[in-house]
Ligand binder design. Structure first.
Ligand SMILES: Cc1cc2nc3c(=O)[nH]c(=O)nc-3n(C[C@H](O)[C@H](O)[C@H](O)COP(=O)(O)OP(=O)(O)OC[C@H]3O[C@@H](n4cnc5c(N)ncnc54)[C@H](O)[C@@H]3O)c2cc1C
Length: 506
């Protein structure tokens, strides 16, 4: 069990008023709109201080981008499949929920890059965002060729940029090391990790120490060498997953919320929020099932509308903006981020040719070279999945990125699986025939604008400032925290803490 005292913080004035605060907290009712990880973490934080949280989730299952998929009787991650170890926040949550013994580290296979003149090659080790520390290293040369290597070496001869610095990762890399490093090494990584072209990536967000190291080291490759310290893995790049899939985190959060006396309502899409005196009512769409309509607002039938003391918005950006518009008019002045649409097609295959993991844990692509954006050979990456799959293989193919609709968008499921199979065959460099496909699963997501995109950090803080001025309402989720569980989890906690403080002390 969570210790409510521990979650409530250690402010001295709070300790002095503990019994009175506990009594007040127990009377608080908070509506949380959106049951992705952000909403669930916020709800758990609210419930942990003894208040009542009601999560409204539009879909039939909580989790948002953390969803299980199933094909040929095998269950796997259909959305997020790992978490960044950076910061320790996700791991602390996992441990707190009693899932620590299910944490797994990916197999050390490494990824490949496809779409280069030779077809594909292992992604060079030891770089940072794809930028090599040593352009003469054989694995680097294999991707960019001699011409690219000599051009990249010029970086060592050029003076560092001392007056101002480049904010665009793509422009910085192009200027210092040339087009091949940008297009064949950095672009596959930035498209794979951020769903965005390197020209649109803010180097100070994606690699905060890089510009300063460039000034110190005198070259970009020297800066990368300094920051990676010769390590084969870039700093902060380590990820882990959960045996059985990341959806286990969702199930555990829902169970914890319910154990604390709060609730998660699924198939409950919130249509509108209304101010009601000092509180709020929530209107759920009429098409929602009857048992869910209990939480409906005015005009939704005879049921007494539930009154909430506060609302935490944890939906995607477009929904959050729509629901917030009447209550936070200042938000209209903050430009919305572009949110790429992503489709993942997961294939379960009978393909012994994949036993040798021909492309390690997966493949990133040079933008424009393939219709797929990236591929993960999940049974090569995760030992727990390989054990469960037996002789079968699981391969997930991703489509779509910033400014590029998924190539599968207009296809039916069968055609999408056929395209994914053809792409998998090309990316893995082996023949995969339709009769080897035992099952497939397709999932669609709208991803929040990646935090490393130029201008995203400013937009996020302007939106957060506008929301913070509105009483009784908080907002969290990837569009405000940045994408990735390592950013979403601490932001959701902090936002729940902000609203708790305002309700108890405001
Ligand atoms: C394909 C994919 C793979 C990813 N892989 C990783 C990974 O490996 N590691 C990692 O750290 N991160 C990964 N991410 C990013 C990470 O999953 C997300 O940043 C994070 O899960 C976002 O959580 P969220 O709660 O902010 O948003 P979401 O998960 O989008 O949750 C928002 C929820 O709000 C609900 N909602 C929307 N409108 C309404 C409404 N009107 N009423 C009620 N509910 C509503 C939605 O149904 C949804 O459940 C991945 C993302 C995607 C899309």
């Amino acid at each position: 069990m969570t210790d409510p005292g521990a979650k409530a913080g250690s402010d001295a004035p709070e300790a002095a008023h503990a019994p009175e605060l506990a009594e007040r907290a127990a009377r608080l009712r908070v509506a949380v709109v959106g049951g992705g990880i952000a909403g669930l973490v916020a709800a758990e934080a609210v419930a942990a201080i003894g208040a009542h949280a009601t999560v409204f989730e539009a879909q039939g299952r909580a989790g948002g981008a953390v969803q299980p998929g199933e094909a040929d009787g095998l269950v796997f991650d259909a959305g997020a499949e790992s978490f960044a170890v950076r910061g320790g926040h996700v791991r602390a949550l996992i441990d707190d929920l009693g899932l620590g013994d299910r944490v797994r580290t990916p197999q050390p296979g490494g990824a490949w890059v496809a779409g280069i003149p030779s077809g594909a090659a292992p992604l060079p080790k030891g770089g940072l965002l794809g930028i090599p520390a040593n352009p003469f290293a054989e694995d680097v040369r294999r991707v960019i060729g001699w011409r690219g290597t000599w051009r990249a070496w010029l970086d060592r001869l050029r003076p560092p940029l001392t007056i101002g610095h480049d904010h665009s990762l793509g422009r910085l890399v192009h200027k210092r090391m040339g087009p091949r490093v940008r297009d064949r090494l950095v672009a596959p990584v930035s498209t794979g990790v951020y769903s965005a072209h390197p020209d649109d990536i803010d180097v100070d967000v994606a690699a905060p120490a890089l510009n300063a190291a460039l000034t110190r080291a005198g070259s970009l490759s020297g800066a990368v060498a300094e920051l990676t310290g010769g390590s084969e893995r870039a700093p902060g790049a380590a990820v882990q997953g959960l045996e059985g899939g990341m959806a286990g985190l969702v199930d555990a959060l829902v169970a914890r919320i319910e154990l604390l006396g709060s609730e998660v309502r699924t198939a409950a899409p919130v249509e509108a929020l209304y101010r009601d005196g000092d509180g709020w009512t929530v209107r759920v769409a009429e098409s929602a099932p009857a048992e869910v309509a209990d939480g409906a607002g005015p005009g939704d039938g005879p049921a007494e509308p539930e009154l909430f003391d506060a609302v935490i918005l944890a939906a995607d950006e477009a929904t959050a903006r729509r629901l917030l518009a009447p209550h936070v008019p200042a938000l209209a002045a903050v430009a919305a981020g572009s949110s790429p649409r992503i489709e993942i097609v997961t294939l379960v295959l009978d393909a012994p040719v994949l036993d040798a993991a021909p492309r390690g844990s997966g493949v990133l692509t040079v933008p424009g070279s393939h219709t797929a954006k990236a591929l993960t050979h999940s049974t090569a990456k995760w030992a727990w999945l390989r054990e469960r799959a037996g002789s079968r293989h699981v391969v997930r193919v991703s489509f779509g990125s910033q400014g590029e609709e998924p190539a599968t968008a207009a296809l039916d499921d069968e055609a999408a699986a056929a395209l994914a199979l053809a792409e998998a065959s090309a990316l893995l460099g082996v023949e995969l025939r339709p009769e080897q496909l035992r099952g497939s699963h397709r999932s669609r997501f709208v991803q929040a604008q990646p935090s490393a995109v130029l201008g995203a950090a400013e937009r996020r803080s302007a939106a957060a400032a506008a929301i913070a001025d509105a009483p009784g309402i908080a907002a969290t989720g990837a569009w405000l925290s940045g994408t990735g569980l390592a950013q979403v989890v601490p932001h959701a906690r902090a936002e729940a803490e902000r609203i708790r403080h305002a309700l108890l002390w405001g």
